[in-house]
Design a binder for this molecule. Structure first.
Ligand code: ZEM
Length: 281
């Protein structure tokens, strides 16, 4: 497997990112979200979930409402899978996120191949492991601590909301966080701290926060990063220091896409749930 040319796959992914026909050019952001949701199901207690296995190919996981809209990202990567059939979906989806981040001006994120796709749906993690945007700091902590992240990493990862937007028909929230959502910067943190945010109800009836011109938004979970004092310390650091944000984001995203991926001597990931873990699924 080490003979495979992953650089060639990355080059093909890079080509599909500028795409004026999709969502104001937001192919990159939805690819980043796919990599995150494929990985963010991880549970460190049982070792279940995570990117290895590409379990979102199965109905139980793809139909989790948190994953609404990610069918676009999976579809964008299909021609690349057809061109390089030797790459696993789990490697392709995580590589897609990493390539998109860099192509949109973000940091280089260390990525390793070797994930192996499951052949049936017996290891699909249960729905409900991804965060719920209508909640606050306690909820985010319980979700991300379950994956093994700390407060600093939670804030760094949340900086991905510099990218893309919310779609009412997918998540029940509406709008972009920043004026240029296809450029990876630390603007999200600056806006969180320095813009006026007013709570309102969106057209679907959910509460979110609006900038004074109504063009930009924050989710309730985003706002908890400034109201919670421990999170806020990191928001302030990342708003003031783009390079620190890039460095910490890169490390945290790289950790995210490695969750649950244990490679054997051949470099291939092992599928290895204990009986206890299996019983808990
Ligand atoms: Zn998001 N995210 N996210 N996120 N996310 C959305 C969109 C995007 C939360 C969340 O509920 C939502 C992380 C963390 C958290 C991206 C990346 C990452 C949307 C809008 C919601 C509701 C979906 C829609 O309507 O299409 C919550 C509660 C989070 C926890 C605190 C992390 C971590 C991410 C990556 C590292 C990205 C790139 C998008 C934009 C997707 C797009 O299609 O434009």
């Amino acid at each position: 497997m080490t003979d495979h040319d992953y650089g060639a796959v990355a080059a093909e992914i890079k080509k599909i990112i500028p795409n004026d026909d999709y969502d104001d050019g937001s192919t990159g952001p939805v690819l980043v979200r796919l990599a995150w949701h494929a990985s963010g199901t991880y549970d460190k207690e049982t070792g279940t979930g995570g990117s290895n296995g590409a379990t979102m190919r199965y109905k139980i996981e793809s139909s989790d409402s948190a994953n609404n809209g990610l069918e676009y990202a999976r579809k964008f990567l299909e021609p690349i899978k057809a061109k390089f059939p030797w790459i696993s979906y789990s490697d392709l989806w995580t590589l897609g996120g990493v390539v998109a981040i860099e192509a949109m001006g973000g940091p280089k994120v260390p990525w390793k191949p070797g994930r192996v796709d499951d052949v049936d749906d017996q290891y699909v993690p249960p729905n409900g492991r991804l965060p719920d945007a209508s909640q606050g700091a306690d909820h985010i902590r319980s979700i991300f601590y379950r994956m093994g992240f700390n407060d600093q990493e939670i804030v760094a990862l949340s900086g991905a909301h510099n990218l893309g937007r919310c779609h009412g028909d997918r998540s029940g929230f509406e709008g972009p966080w920043v004026p240029n959502p296809i450029r990876f910067t630390n603007t999200y943190f600056k806006l969180l701290l320095h813009a006026e945010w007013v709570k309102g109800k969106n057209s679907v009836g959910n509460e979110q926060f609006y900038s004074d011109d109504g063009e930009l938004m924050m989710l309730p979970t985003d706002m908890s990063l400034v109201t919670d004092p421990k999170f806020r310390v990191w928001v302030e650091k990342y708003a003031a220091d783009r390079d620190l944000f890039f460095k910490d984001f890169s490390a945290a995203f790289s950790k995210l896409i490695e969750l649950g991926v244990t490679r054997g001597p051949e470099g291939l990931a092992l599928r290895k749930y204990s009986t206890v873990a299996r019983a808990r699924l």
